[in-house]
Design a protein around this ligand. Structure first.
Ligand code: BTN
Length: 307
């Protein structure tokens, strides 16, 4: 968001401030203040103008300026009403040198899931891709994915959903004590780099937020179905803030992940590139790999699909 507009919003957030006072404190003309106020109203900020001045009364929209406003994490937001895939858009921005950009869309027309699956992305969901340029060894990149699943599960829990994490990074809601679940959110991480260096990393997060069951695959659930509609602006802000916190404290990711894990202690079947293994999921290593006890040995699985 334009710096002057952000400063105006901050100035008028806690009560009415007169146009001349705003103009003076920001060292711009009164006419400029008026134009910025009009532009902010256009962008969906509800600003009342009374006898004592302008006052921000509500932010009800879901768009880039609204998500950036009040966000306590250093991301700019690239918002689209509709886009093919936020991950594709984020990859373009990353290739052009961008960092700390959150690409957000109301709807995706070509949403992509892991293992080249389609990802149903109707309007009302949270379709988010975060561009980072982390200075870490590529082997630690899975921690970014786990950080995203922790951030998403936390935001969902704050919205009233009993969200848990299924290794490696599905955010699910348990259906029964037997380990069955419905999927609430998925994460698709893509990166570019060399063996010892990450050029850029895109973490794509898809959350079935305010979506009807009829628009979702049968094994999925939504925030709407679990807890009622969520304020997507606040939800995305929480995801970005938590993600930022954990990417800056990677040592804290696995302990936080363990607290939310559905997988640990359960019998799992893991499809690895080198073949399937079956056993009990007993732990997650410091780099995010799953430790499976097959009864004969403990096998550490860095990547795969787990049932
Ligand atoms: C999965 O298969 O579980 C991962 C799904 C990831 C979907 C998200 S939605 C936002 C971003 N854009 C995409 O095209 N995919 C990811």
């Amino acid at each position: 968001m334009n710096e002057t507009r952000r400063a105006i919003l901050e100035r008028i957030a806690d009560g009415p401030v007169s146009g001349p006072d705003v103009a003076e404190s920001l060292e711009v003309s009164r006419a400029a203040v008026w134009k910025h106020i009009e532009a902010l109203r256009e962008a969906g900020f509800e600003i009342e103008s009374g006898p004592t001045g302008y006052e921000l009364t509500d932010v009800t929209v879901y768009n880039g300026p609204a998500v950036e406003y009040g966000l306590e994490a250093p991301f700019s937001v690239d918002y689209h009403d509709s886009v093919g895939s936020t991950n594709d858009r984020a990859r373009e921005l990353a290739t052009d040198g961008a960092s700390d950009v959150a690409v957000l869309a109301d709807e995706q027309t070509g949403g992509r899931g892991r293992l080249e699956r389609e990802w149903s992305s109707p309007a009302g969901g949270v379709w988010l891709s975060i561009v980072s340029r982390p200075v870490i060894a590529p082997a630690r990149a899975p921690l970014y994915t786990l950080a995203a699943s922790v951030a998403t599960a936390r935001a969902a829990r704050e919205a009233g959903v009993d969200a848990r994490i299924k290794w490696p990074n599905d955010v699910v809601v348990p259906v029964d004590d037997d380990g069955s679940y419905r999927k609430l959110a998925g994460i698709l991480t893509e990166m570019e780099g060399e063996t010892d260096r990450i050029e850029w990393l895109v973490v794509g997060i898809g959350v079935n937020a305010n979506i009807d069951d009829s628009e979702l695959p049968p094994e999925a659930t939504s925030v709407r179905a679990e807890a009622g509609d969520v304020d997507r602006r606040a939800f995305v802000q929480r995801v970005l803030e938590e993600f930022d916190r954990y990417r800056n404290d990677l040592e804290a990711v696995v302990p936080a992940w363990r607290d939310l894990a559905l997988t640990l202690g359960q019998r799992v079947r893991v499809d690895r590139p080198s073949g399937e293994i079956v056993g009990e999921a007993v732990d997650v290593t410091d780099s995010g790999a799953l430790v499976v006890d097959t009864g004969e040995e403990q096998v550490t699985v860095a990547a795969g699909d787990c049932e």
